[in-house]
Design a protein around this ligand. Structure first.
Ligand code: XIL
Length: 352
């Protein structure tokens, strides 16, 4: 036997052994090996806003969506302007497609949103209605939409962004024509439409303890006092690395939870002034992780949703001039440091 033969045999034996070792290691490791963020922890559910135009038509988008997330929020498809473009003609087709997709991929659906001051149909904003007419229109909208999705939507953002930064109520057609009682009415109608859905108040810049979150806190107390059902508060979590990080987020989530409501991070993204640098991506990753860890630390924090998972389709560049790169995947669907930070944070607390 030649030396080379021997070594070939030895190599073959060694590599056979290596294969066994690898197989043993891979066996159990694979069985527990998480495929995506959604598999790493029981709580919080890991969600994303979904662009229904891409659902099914963009294969990479759809496969990342289904691999990583177990909660979905339609980015636009359930908003009033999307479901009733023409007065009296309800079109839930895009939202229904999302709900069906979610069911097939074991994802829960967060309904967004029944009452807001943006993305209202033109017939509504350009029409003139008496206060009673407007109230009847709103009532019908909320009851119709909530009942259409009854049993298929886990939670509704019933009222979105009703407060100013100083905690006063935002000046909208709803406040102007229906008065401050419109919020309680909206929650009552949503409950009528879907008695089993969790009903949320949702807003941005609610992360820190301060005038705006104090107002949301008082709203929860006030609704409860009136016997109006509210089940949760959504903290949107739209941050930017050029601003101070909301260090009081954890305490804030805790104080809301202590009121007996669920809490959720509902629209997380962390924007930056372009161009992207490695340092900015590292800061961004810290902030994504920080918000997740705050949620993980509070038992009643049920979900953590990113507002779009890839930089190509994020709403940020279109709204904040010169800013972008706000999501965990880049424009080519490659995971960024923020993605790995989320993964590590979830994996680290896996057995807690
Ligand atoms: C944004 C969507 O991402 C955009 O596609 C749309 O053009 C405007 O609305 N707060 C909310 C979300 O509650 O509904 C908003 O979504 C982002 C801010």
């Amino acid at each position: 036997m030649s030396r080379s033969n021997l070594s070939r045999r030895a190599w073959a034996r060694a590599s056979a052994l290596a294969l066994v070792v690898l197989a043993l290691a891979a066996g159990p490791a694979q069985a527990h090996h998480p495929r995506g963020l959604r598999d790493l922890a029981q709580r919080p559910l890991i969600g994303t806003a979904v662009n229904t135009d891409l659902l099914g038509s963009d294969a990479t988008y759809t496969s990342i969506l289904d691999r990583e997330f177990n909660s979905v929020t339609p980015e636009n498809a359930m908003k009033w302007e999307s479901v009733e473009r023409e007065r009296g003609v309800l079109d839930f087709s895009a939202a229904d497609r999302l709900v069906a997709h979610a069911r097939a991929h074991r994802q829960i659906v967060r309904g967004h949103t029944l009452l807001w001051h943006n993305q209202l149909p033109a017939w509504l904003t350009s029409g003139t209605f008496t206060n009673d007419e407007l109230e009847a229109i709103l009532r019908e909208h909320i009851i119709d939409e909530a009942s259409h999705f009854r049993g298929r939507v886990y939670a509704w953002d019933v009222v979105n962004e009703a407060f100013n930064e100083d905690g006063t109520l935002r000046d909208t057609i709803w406040l102007r024509q229906l008065g401050p009682g419109y919020i309680a009415k909206a929650f009552r109608w949503a409950h009528q439409g879907d008695p089993h859905a969790k009903l949320y108040y949702n807003d941005y810049n609610l992360e820190s303890i301060g005038p705006k979150s104090d107002a949301a806190y008082a709203l929860v107390q006030d609704l409860r006092r009136q016997g109006v059902r509210i089940d949760g508060v959504g903290f949107q979590g739209h941050l930017g690395i050029q601003y101070p990080y909301p260090d009081t987020l954890g305490d804030n989530l805790e104080r809301f939870a202590a009121l007996g409501v669920d809490v959720a991070l509902t629209e997380v993204d962390v924007r930056m002034i372009l161009p992207v640098t490695a340092e900015k991506l590292a800061t961004q990753a810290e902030q994504f992780k920080g918000m997740l860890n705050s949620c993980r630390a509070v038992r009643r924090c049920v979900s953590y949703t990113v507002w779009g998972f890839d930089d190509l389709h994020s709403w940020v560049p279109g709204v904040f001039a010169g800013e972008g790169a706000a999501t965990p995947f880049d424009e080519n669907y490659r995971p960024k440091p923020a993605y790995f930070a989320l993964r590590d944070a979830l994996a680290r607390h896996r057995h807690r």
